[in-house]
Ligand binder design. Structure first.
Ligand code: NDP
Length: 302
């Protein structure tokens, strides 16, 4: 998948979040948003932002205590949100969540697949936890999405899926042309994405992954995000003209637990851009785009 620079007109015309709200507000309290992995980091900041903007938000977390603490901290700020436990790497947890959602909400408008893991220190590269990384970052997002797809409202304001991804997962990071060509196929399918991921996991098992031209930085994480980006494109194509827009967003190097607090900006800043992309007016809303936020280009246009 080729990365897509943000639309300069969009960013330059939205100089503050308040201008977004006053000029293009299409949502209300009836607009329902789910955010995964939202007890901390970018997910938590996104929930906060969406709640501030007046949507009904469901904060999910794999750990009930951590999730409830996050909900309480928002409640203390006057931002009530809903909570349910959700471990995206566990199909039975996804099933329980979807069943709870169905009995409590009429329909879904927005899904943010944010939950993610990396077991790497910033300048290290280990594939020791490759299976968990792929299961969480790619299969978790995919299974949850597929389970929720029938529940999207698909109103004229359009339903939205935003996959929180990474520029480490761009095709240019894959150095082996044979592997790369799998994802370059014009008729890319979910089966091909799973084949790509399967080849990687096999090379980890064989101990050959270092010599096979996989991405060099945070290899397992990069492969998981390559697969997520490819899935974004396949899904966007499947729902083109059907009332669901599907995009990916790389928040840039953000100060969270994943980066051991390092980064060029805060989770709130990353979430602010994420919320703007999510809440684009239906007529401006793209599909199948990979946005890279908070790089110098975007910063200078915000
Ligand atoms: P954090 O580590 O702060 O947050 C990750 C969140 O995901 C936590 O809430 C974590 O829960 C949750 N999580 C992990 N595994 C699961 C699971 N199996 N089920 C449900 N939730 C889970 O990292 P960030 O906020 O930085 O990461 C958010 C997203 O942004 C990720 O997808 C990441 O890949 C992406 N990203 C981050 C960048 C950065 O520089 N920070 C850059 C590019 C992309 P718990 O607290 O229980 O571990």
């Amino acid at each position: 998948m080729k990365s897509q620079e943000p639309d300069p007109n969009y960013f330059s015309s939205s100089s503050s979040s308040s201008s977004l709200v006053s000029s293009t507000k299409w949502w209300s309290k009836e607009t329902i948003a789910i955010v995964t992995g939202a007890n901390k980091g970018i997910g938590f900041a996104l929930v906060k932002r969406l709640a501030e903007l007046g949507l009904t938000v469901i904060l999910t977390a794999r750990d009930v205590e951590r999730g409830q603490r996050a909900v309480e901290s928002l409640s203390e700020k006057g931002l009530p949100v809903n909570f349910f436990q959700l471990d995206v790497s566990d199909p039975s947890s996804i099933e329980a969540f979807v069943s709870w959602f169905k009995s409590n909400f009429a329909a879904l408008d927005i899904l943010v697949n944010n939950a993610g893991v990396s077991f790497n220190d910033i300048y290290k590269n280990t594939v020791e936890h490759a299976e968990t990384v792929i299961r969480t970052n790619f299969y978790g997002a995919k299974l949850l999405t597929e389970s929720l797809l029938p529940l999207f409202r698909r109103s004229p304001s359009k339903s939205r899926i935003l996959n929180i991804s990474s520029r480490l997962g761009t095709l240019s990071k894959v150095r082996n042309p044979n592997i790369k060509s799998i994802l370059e196929d014009e008729e890319l399918s979910e089966e091909q994405i799973e084949r790509f991921v399967g080849l990687f996991l096999q090379s980890v098992k064989d101990g050959t992954w270092k010599s096979q031209g996989w991405p060099e930085i945070w290899t397992d994480y990069a492969v998981s995000k390559l697969a997520l980006n490819a899935y974004t494109m396949v899904l966007a194509k499947r729902y083109e003209g059907e009332g669901i827009s599907v995009n990916s967003y790389c928040p840039g190097f953000t100060q969270t637990s994943m980066t051991q607090g390092q980064g060029s900006h805060t989770a709130d800043e990353a979430a602010d851009v994420g919320a703007r992309l999510l809440l684009l007016h239906p007529q401006q809303l793209p599909t199948a785009k990979f946005y890279i936020g908070l790089d110098p280009f975007v910063k200078s246009n915000l």
